[in-house]
Design a protein around this ligand. Structure first.
Ligand SMILES: [Zn+2]
Length: 442
């Protein structure tokens, strides 16, 4: 194999120099070597000298992800909406939900768990953030300005994610509904409806072929890209549900405050807690959560997910340590209910501030809090004046590296303790936690 790699390098060099004769000689040697390698019993694919021409990606109209029926306006370079009456620039509060998967009771548990579509619920949850991305793309194209938003992904009691967003500016309700209805996301992954393997009879890692193989025949499973080559249909299509809540609000009003509350209410809770799966959950709720989790456990969460091996496909990055059917992805964990990514989604130009601005604000906030709690922070960089100089190598004043590291760790710990103390001093006694989503979109 090392010889083969050397020949490869030589081949690339000759090819770059247009030395066709030497190229042909090397190719001949590689062919001989490959025959020898095969004779030695090595299975699997040997990289060809010249990569075969990439098969023309078939671009069928079925692969389009845009929403062809929406009006399109050129996107202007503005991030805010219209001003009304010379001074009012209302904002829009939007709630997007997913489809219904079956009837649920007041606690959000399936009335008939056997007919409730847990599979679609799990897939929709896993691809929800991709659907949101599509939605913002479509929205910007359709309304014609660079729409900015601050939003939060929250679970409903039934365990499905929904999305609250504050949009800077107004977009007509009818237009938003039209965009929501036209938005969809196709998942062009290999089909994953029937499991070919089980954790008891998993595909086996073949260290010579560096691939997962069928435990009976020893043939290598298709890689993820191979399995995607001949797809004619997406494995899943996710769309929003019928419930779309749109509300225009003016900054500084009581209503605005309430809606900002929706955005921040659950951020400190885990998704499972926020969905009401706490101590007081009913038996039906637990059963509902259990079934949803069972489905999420066998739904691949990404192209690198170890769950793919159960469906006879090698995920991207498959290696010896990949455990068939196992994945550390958050999406599979019961407390995340399929919501794997970030839960706060903010568009890039929302705050008009740079990272340095945010850092400075955070510092100011922490100092203020410490000040309120009567804690005098240790010296910071801003507290100079200092004289900085680069030490010469071998300077005996410099403590050894381990001492520097330990000092830095100790300093961090002290900061953290001071900050926690200040927070405790500033906070009210903890209030009684409210249960699940009780707003309009449940
Ligand atoms: Zn996964």
């Amino acid at each position: 194999m090392a010889a083969r790699a050397d020949l490869f390098a030589a081949y690339a060099e000759c090819k770059a120099n247009d030395d066709a004769e030497r190229c042909e000689q090397i190719a001949e040697s590689v062919r001989e070597l490959d025959d020898a390698i095969r004779a030695a019993g090595v299975r699997g694919r040997l990289t060809p000298l010249d990569p075969p021409p990439k098969p023309q990606k078939r671009r069928s109209t079925r692969r389009r992800q845009d929403a062809p029926n929406l009006p399109r306006r050129p996107v202007e370079r503005r991030t805010v909406g219209q001003v009304f009456g010379g001074k009012y620039r209302p904002s829009t509060f939007l709630t997007l939900t997913l489809d219904s998967y079956g009837r649920v009771d007041a606690e959000g548990a399936a009335v008939d768990p056997d007919s409730y579509d847990y599979r679609r619920a799990a897939r929709d949850a896993i691809h929800f953030s991709a659907l949101l991305d599509r939605f913002w793309q479509n929205t910007r194209r359709c309304v014609g300005w660079d729409v900015q938003y601050f939003g939060a992904v929250e679970p409903q009691r039934r365990g499905a994610p929904h999305f609250h967003a504050a949009i800077r500016g107004t977009i007509p309700r009818a237009e938003l509904r039209q965009i929501v209805a036209a938005t969809y996301h196709q998942v062009w992954w290999p089909a994953h409806d029937e499991r070919t393997y089980t954790p008891d009879r998993p595909p086996r890692w073949d260290s010579r072929a560096k691939a997962f193989t069928d435990p009976d025949t020893g043939t290598a499973l298709p890689t993820f890209d191979e399995a995607c080559e001949d797809l004619t249909d997406p494995a899943h299509v996710v769309r929003f549900g019928q419930q779309v809540h749109v509300k225009g609000i003016l900054g500084g009003t009581e209503e605005a405050g309430r809606h900002v509350g929706y955005l921040t209410k659950y951020l400190t809770k885990s998704v499972g807690q926020a969905a009401g799966l706490g101590e007081s959950a009913t038996e039906r709720q637990r059963e509902h959560a259990r079934r949803l989790h069972a489905e999420l456990a066998v739904t691949p969460c990404s192209t690198r997910c170890g769950v793919w091996l159960l469906y006879g496909v090698q995920p991207h990055g498959a290696r010896r340590t990949t455990e068939p059917g196992r994945c550390k992805g958050k999406a599979h964990k019961p407390e995340h209910l399929g919501v794997a990514g970030r839960r706060v989604l903010v568009s890039r130009k929302w705050s008009n501030k740079t990272l340095d601005d945010h850092r400075a604000e955070r510092t100011a906030f922490v100092r203020q809090l410490l000040d309120q709690a009567g804690i005098r922070p240790a010296r910071g960089v801003e507290d100079g004046p200092y004289l900085w100089e680069t030490p010469a190598p071998g300077d005996t004043d410099i403590p050894p590296r381990p001492a520097l590291l330990l000092h830095a760790v100790a300093e961090r710990q002290r900061w953290k303790a001071e900050y926690t103390a200040a927070q405790l001093a500033a906070s009210d006694p903890p209030g009684s936690g409210s249960s699940a989503t009780d707003d309009q979109a449940a």
